[in-house]
Design a protein around this ligand. Structure first.
Ligand code: NAD
Length: 247
């Protein structure tokens, strides 16, 4: 589906980002694997992609820093010559009740989860416009639609990502660039591992398909949005949540 395409996936050293990077490669794309922390884990993803017969390299960048993001996109263009697919996946949580939430917790989550999406989208806009081709896929969350106690910062960021997706879709459509979002529900990754068993049991009861999602459940939908099959879709948010939220 993605033969010869060039993709950049942010936060791709583990979890959903790792699964997306591998799925895009399985579908034929060459992939730049962005990471912020563990170079070793990013290199493991790179090696796995190479073993699939695709090209890949790891690129360090904090998506919340404009100079990092510009360097990252330049590196991808220098190495691969073009950039067809951007998956804005990097994200963090700093949960706290609103009345206890520290300004640093608010800023950290907004900077990574919302400003990061803005910076990466902005950085790829020019090359994608020149190519008259682009697929931008933003990883939002169902909580950005329904809210969640203890996550005001995260929910605000994810709701912002959904709004940014719609605006970017409208601005870029005339250049054949689509911008869509995925809103995962509860996916088993490091991010959700720390939640207590009681809360997990409660959440499971709210999922009609009666299981938590796996990173591959999200990755397959990202690959679909990156493909020609989704060429007439833009500005949409696809829920990948086992039916948890039906807007
Ligand atoms: P994760 O913690 O396993 O992975 C997040 C990745 O983002 C890590 O590789 C991390 O290093 C990277 N990252 C964090 N800050 C970064 C920065 N400033 N610059 C570059 N990379 C950075 O979590 P995950 O569950 O795989 O989350 C991936 C995305 O999916 C996030 O945007 C998250 O909000 C979203 N999401 C996850 C769930 C879930 O249930 N796991 C649900 C809805 C949405």
């Amino acid at each position: 589906m993605l033969e010869g395409k060039i993709a950049l996936v942010t936060g791709a050293s583990r979890g959903i980002g790792r699964a997306v990077a591998l799925e895009l490669a399985r579908q034929g794309a060459n992939v730049a694997v962005n990471y912020a922390g563990s170079e070793a884990k990013a290199n493991e993803v790179v090696e796995t992609i190479r073993s699939l017969g695709r090209e890949a390299f790891a690129v360090q960048a904090d998506v919340a820093r404009a100079e990092d993001v510009e360097r990252m996109v330049k590196t991808v263009l220098d190495q691969f010559g073009r950039l067809d697919i951007l998956v804005n996946n990097a994200g963090i949580t700093r949960d706290n009740l609103l009345m206890r939430m520290k300004e640093e917790e608010w800023d950290a989550v907004i900077n990574t989860n919302l400003k990061g999406v803005f910076l990466c989208t902005k950085a790829v806009t020019r090359p994608m416009m020149k190519q008259r081709y682009g697929r931008i896929i933003n990883v939002a969350s169902v909580v950005g639609v329904i809210g969640n106690p203890g996550q005001a910062n995260y929910v605000a960021a994810k709701a912002g990502v959904i709004g940014l997706t719609k605006t970017a879709a409208r601005e870029l459509a005339s250049r054949n660039i689509t911008v869509n979002a995925i809103a995962p529900g509860f996916i088993t990754t490091d991010m959700t591992e720390a939640l207590n068993a009681e809360l997990k049991e409660e959440m499971l009861k709210q999922i009609p398909l009666a299981r938590f999602g796996e990173p591959d459940d999200v990755a397959r939908v990202a690959a679909f949005l990156a493909s020609d099959a989704a060429g007439y879709m833009t500005g949409q948010t696809l829920h990948v949540d086992g039916g948890m939220v039906m807007p």
